[in-house]
Structure formats: structure tokens, C-alpha cells
Ligand binder design. Structure first.
Ligand code: ADP
Length: 457
């Protein structure tokens, strides 16, 4: 499997895991929020139901008049209430004393303890919570349609009665509420918090965004596949072009040899000149073929340098002669300025250096008006040859200087200055110079001319 498919798959799984984690977190938060709402409605409902019961069945009627309820929450309360006990006359009044210290320690509020005590008193007379009343108050405060079931239990096991949606089996909310203080009863509340609202509000938008993300990813993958296919096609085309270039090189080289041998046997000076021009033109074609071949190879292969003793001056002279022929219709002057130490033996790849020179000298004549003067300076600096090709042509604007070595980069010339080309020459020149262990640089002033210099290690 291709690397980017694996990356895409990992990305999808990661997004999915994140999404599920996100939904789970949001769902827990939603359940918690609704549970709090149920708790609150339940507290209010229990209190109000108790109030209704107190109005209809008065405890005093059942138990006789009561002097008051003393709630003991701390030990000091116990002492205080005993000290302040009112004078009870003839047993007419009762004082109800409630020990709520344990419940207080459990964090149950005072009001709740009093209510639980009152529940105790009702439980004693078997007047239990009125579940339908409790339910209607609960529904009123809840303000949401949540299926629920109330079950009143003796302690927390024996069912006394129940009311609500008996169908609830596995609700996601269960609460056990203690009813009495001493006469222990438990109210079990079960509810099934519906997930539809949550799905509508949270899951659908999240899923939609996930689908959008998948769509974007699919688009990227399709693009990648297209690019990959194009890359393969390009590779095949490059290989085919490489083959054609290789096939072309053979016949052109043979033609050059034939023209060379024809020249040797030629006595007619006029014919000799024609054949010499033909040879130069053929060499120019070969040079173009080599440049094309280098462009294709460049990124894939290292150019190998075959060094042999080379006469750099003779090489420059050959290039001058050839460029003179190619640009015979344009008036120009090429001067070879040899500053090399005499008898300096240079170990160079003559073919490649010739191609470098030819490219630079051709450009110097090409990107200039008629009458251009090109100076090829051959010097010896820092123990290595330095070659510069200087012209007084159009020059290059500073913003193009760094880019001209990039493949296929050409400077748009004003009308009347259009020259044929493909933007491959300088890229190859730079590549060949580097392969020789040298470096290349350019200085130029628009309207004044350019100087391309390079070293050869
Ligand atoms: P090509 O000549 O095929 O366009 P090159 O890579 O040789 O490709 O050159 C790139 C660009 O650099 C050219 O289009 C030209 O505008 C500019 N250039 C190169 N040499 C010179 C020069 N001596 N003077 C002015 N411009 C030049």
C-alpha cells in the first residue's frame, strides 16, 4: 500500500477516535445536566407533596396537640432544649424531640431532617407518600418528557407501591431517596433520559463535519492518485525521450565523422568551407541533443566526469568557431583572452567543458543586439582555472539573477527581442560545473551586459 494511503487511513482512524471521545464526553455532560434537573424537580416535588398531605391530614389531629419540635443537631442543642423545656401542664402538650445529629453529620440539611421526621410520623400512621400527587408535581417542575417510575420501598428492598412508566427496565438514571428518619422508607426513582435531543443537537452536526472531513480527505487522495499516475506517465515519457535521444545521438555522431572525413579529402576550398559549416551545424544539433538528455537525466543520475589532459584555449577556440557559424547572420565579435600560465596541463572532461562554454557564449551573442562583443577570459586563480564569459548585451535585471539557473526559467523579453529557447541551458551549465567540483556566478547590469564566471576544480 502506498505511504499516503496509510497516512490517510491513520488520519481517518485518529479523527474517528477523537470524534467518539468527543461525543462520549458531550453525552456524559448532557446526562449529568438532565440528572441535576431531575434531582431538583424531585426535591421540590417531595416537599410540596408533603405540604399537601399536611393540609389534608393534620398530624395534631392524629397525635394530639404538640407543643413544638426540637431538633437536636449538636450536643449543645440537646443540653439547651432540656434546659429550656417548657412547663408541661397536666399532660396536655407534647414535646417532640428529634435527634438529627447523625443525619446532620451526613450533610442532610436541617429542613430535610425536619421533613423526614414528619414523614416518620405519617409512616407510623401508615399514611405514605402519595405517588400520583408526587408525580404530577414532579412532571410540572421537570418541564420535559422523561419516562420515569417511582417505587416506594420499605427500607430499600420491599416494594410498597409504585407509580409511573412501569416499562422502564434499564433507565440511565436511578436514585434512592430516604423518606423517614427512623421509620425508614426509600423512594426509588428511575428515569430514562432520552438521547434523541442529544443526537439532534450534537451528534448530527459532528457526524456531518466528519463526513465533510472524509470528503476533503477523499479529494486529496484522488488528487494524489492522479498525481501519482501523472508521475508514472511522466517517467515513462522521460524513458521514451531518453531512448529517442540515445538513438538520435548515434546517427548525428556518424554524420559528423562522415563530414569530417569528407573535409580531409576535399581540395575545393569552397566545398571545404561548406562541409566545415555543415560539421559545425551538426555539432550544434548534437549539443542540443546532449542538453536535452542532461535535462532529463539531471535529477535522477549523477553525471560522471571523465578527466583527460585538456587544452582549454583550443576548446574555447573551437567554441568560438562554432558559435561564429551558428550566428553568422548576426554581426558579433568573440575574443579569447588567455591569461593561463603557459603549458598549464588541465585535467578536465573536455566534452562537458565545451558544452558549458558553448552555452554561455551562445547566450552572450543571443541575448544582445548585433555588434555585440563577447570576451572569453581564461585565467588561473587560487590554483584552479577560472573562466568568464563577458558580453555587452542586454544584461539581466536583478530580480531574475537568482532564477535564471532554475529549470525552464526564461526572462520575458520586450517585443522585438524574442529569442528561441527552452530555459534548460543555464540549469545544465550549473549542473556540469558542479559535477566538475566548481561553482558558477553571474554579474549583470541591464543595458550594459553580463559576465558569467565559473571555476573548475
Ligand atoms: P534559454 O536560453 O533557452 O532561454 P538559458 O537557461 O540558457 O535558457 O537562459 C535562461 C534565461 O537567462 C534566458 O531566457 C535569458 O533571458 C537569460 N540569459 C542567459 N544568458 C544571458 C546573457 N548572457 N545575457 C542576457 N540574458 C541572458
Amino acid at each position: 500500500m502506498k505511504k499516503y494511503y496509510v497516512i490517510a487511513l491513520v488520519a481517518i482512524v485518529a479523527i474517528l477516535v477523537l470524534l467518539i471521545g468527543n461525543i462520549k464526553g458531550k453525552y456524559d455532560g448532557y446526562v449529568q445536566e438532565v440528572s441535576k434537573q431531575i434531582d431538583k424537580s424531585l426535591d421540590i416535588a417531595m416537599e410540596e407533596e408533603m405540604g399537601i398531605r399536611q393540609k389534608s391530614i393534620r398530624l395534631n389531629d392524629l397525635e394530639g396537640p404538640i407543643f413544638g419540635i426540637r431538633l437536636h443537631l449538636t450536643t449543645q442543642d440537646v443540653v439547651d432544649s432540656i434546659m429550656n423545656l417548657p412547663q408541661v401542664k397536666d399532660g396536655t402538650y407534647r414535646v417532640d424531640i428529634v435527634d438529627g445529629r447523625k443525619e446532620r453529620a451526613e450533610g442532610i440539611p436541617e429542613l430535610e431532617i425536619t421533613r423526614m421526621h414528619n414523614q416518620d410520623r405519617y409512616i407510623k400512621h401508615q399514611i405514605y407518600i402519595d405517588l400520583p400527587v408526587l408525580d404530577s408535581i414532579f412532571c410540572y417542575w421537570l418541564k420535559a418528557d422523561i419516562p420515569h417510575l417511582f417505587t416506594l420501598l420499605d427500607h430499600d428492598t420491599i416494594q410498597i407501591k409504585s407509580y409511573g412508566d412501569v416499562g422502564i427496565k434499564k433507565g440511565n438514571y436511578t436514585k434512592l431517596k430516604r423518606v423517614g428518619l427512623h421509620e425508614k422508607q426509600t423512594l426509588k426513582v428511575q428515569a430514562s433520559i432520552p438521547v434523541e435531543d442529544f443526537v439532534r443537537a450534537e451528534v448530527i452536526p459532528l457526524l456531518l463535519s466528519f463526513l465533510l472531513m472524509l470528503l476533503a480527505l477523499a479529494c486529496v487522495l484522488i488528487q494524489l492518485t492522479v498525481i501519482r499516475r501523472k508521475e508514472l506517465e511522466l517517467k515513462q515519457r522521460e524513458m521514451a525521450t531518453g531512448g529517442i535521444i540515445h538513438d538520435l545521438r548515434g546517427p548525428v555522431t556518424t554524420a559528423i565523422s562522415i563530414v569530417e572525413s569528407l573535409q580531409e579529402g576535399q581540395t575545393d576550398e569552397g566545398m571545404k568551407a561548406i562541409e566545415s559549416r555543415n560539421e559545425v551545424m551538426l555539432r550544434h544539433v548534437l549539443h542540443e541533443i546532449e542538453t536535452l538528455g542532461d535535462t532529463i537525466r539531471e535529477e535522477r543520475m549523477q553525471t560522471t566526469i571523465h578527466r583527460k589532459p585538456t587544452d582549454l584555449v583550443a576548446l574555447a577556440e573551437t567554441v568560438r568557431r562554432e558559435v561564429d557559424v551558428v550566428f553568422q547572420s548576426k554581426h558579433h565579435t568573440i575574443i579569447i583572452d588567455n591569461q593561463l600560465p603557459q603549458d598549464k596541463k588541465l585535467m578536465l572532461d573536455a566534452d562537458k567543458v565545451e558544452r558549458i562554454l558553448r552555452n554561455l557564449v551562445e547566450n552572450a551573442v543571443k541575448y544582445a543586439d548585433a555588434g555585440v562583443e563577447v570576451r572569453v577570459r581564461l585565467a588561473w586563480q587560487n590554483n584552479m582555472p577560472v573562466v568568464s564569459v563577458q558580453d555587452n548585451g542586454w544584461g539581466i535585471a536583478p530580480q531574475h539573477l537568482k532564477k535564471i539557473f532554475k529549470q525552464y526559467y526564461r526572462i520575458e523579453q520586450p517585443s522585438g527581442r524574442h529569442r528561441n529557447g527552452h530555459g534548460m541551458g543555464l540549469t545544465n551549465v550549473q549542473h556540469l560545473v558542479k559535477a566538475h567540483g566548481g561553482k558558477i556566478w553571474v554579474q549583470s547590469h541591464p543595458g550594459k551586459g553580463s559576465t558569467f564566471s565559473f571555476t573548475l576544480a
